[in-house]
Design a protein. Structure first.
Length: 60
């Protein structure tokens, strides 16, 4: 099978890992500005995980 045939058989999947990572980074930065970087990190992680899960459900 050539690469062209393989790509035609696959569906394009969106990746939610970007939102998970960027949520952690932005959450830590915002939390740091507010004096609570660990709470900001966890909040960003939760929001990123929610978005990543929503993308996974949508692509399923």
């Amino acid at each position: 099978m050539t690469n062209e045939q393989q790509s035609e058989n696959r569906f394009n999947k969106s990746a939610g890992g970007f939102f998970l990572a960027i949520g952690c980074i932005i959450g830590a930065i915002v939390g740091g500005l507010l004096g609570q970087p660990s709470i900001g990190f966890l909040s960003g992680l939760a929001v990123g995980a929610l978005i990543a899960t929503a993308i996974w459900f949508y692509d399923r």
